[in-house]
Design a protein around this ligand. Structure first.
Ligand SMILES: [Zn+2]
Length: 169
C-alpha cells in the first residue's frame, strides 16, 4: 500500500525515532509499504518517520527499482565508520521540488539489522554512502537542510512558508 509522505513542517520528521524490536509480520508489511511508497514517489530511499512511523527503519534502492538486487532494508542502522568527502546535489521526498548541495562522507560502513533481526554490516560508497547518511539522519530527526548554510536553509524555508500559506504544501 502506498502511504502518504509527510512533508517538512510535520513534527514526526523532527524527532529521534524508537529502535525496532519486533521483527514480525507487521514489520514485513511496513517494509513492503515503504518500498511501494518509495518507488511510486519516485525516490531512492525512505525512512519510516517519513510515513509517520516512529521506528529506526530505512529502505533504499539507489537504482530506483530498475534492476533487481539493489534493495536495502536496515533496522537500527548506525554509521560505524566514515571516510572521505563528497559534495553533491541532494533532495528529499519530504521536501519536494527543492535541492541543495550537501557535504557527506564518500564512504561509510553501516551496521544494523535485516528484516529478520540478524545483525549485518555493509559498506556504501558514493551515492550509496550519501543515501545511507540521508536516511540515517531522518531517523534522528535531521533533514538535509539542517546540513547546509543558514542562508540557503532560510531561503528554502521562506519559499516553503509561502507555499504553505497558498495551500500548496
Ligand atoms: Zn529524505
Amino acid at each position: 500500500m502506498i502511504r502518504p509522505i509527510l512533508k517538512l513542517g510535520a513534527p514526526e520528521l523532527e524527532k529521534v525515532c524508537t529502535p525496532v524490536t519486533d521483527f514480525d509480520e507487521d514489520l514485513r508489511n511496513l517494509v513492503r509499504d515503504m518500498f511501494e511508497t518509495m518507488y511510486a514517489a519516485p525516490g531512492v530511499g525512505l525512512a519510516a518517520p517519513q510515513i509517520g512511523v516512529d521506528l529506526r527503519l530505512i529502505v533504499m534502492d539507489v537504482r530506483g527499482g530498475e534492476e533487481e538486487g539493489h534493495q536495502i532494508v536496515m533496522a537500527n542502522p548506525e554509521i560505524a565508520y566514515q571516510e572521505g568527502r563528497q559534495r553533491e546535489e541532494e533532495g528529499c521526498l519530504s521536501i519536494p521540488d527543492f535541492t541543495a548541495v550537501v557535504e557527506r562522507p564518500y564512504l561509510v560502513k553501516v551496521s544494523g539489522q535485516d528484516i529478520d533481526g540478524n545483525r549485518y554490516e555493509t559498506v556504501g560508497e558514493g551515492i550509496l554512502a550519501r543515501a545511507f547518511c540521508h536516511e540515517i539522519d531522518h531517523i534522528n530527526g535531521v533533514l538535509y537542510i539542517d546540513r547546509i548554510s543558514a542562508f540557503r536553509r532560510d531561503l528554502i524555508r521562506r519559499k516553503i512558508r509561502k507555499l504553505m500559506k497558498a495551500g500548496e504544501w
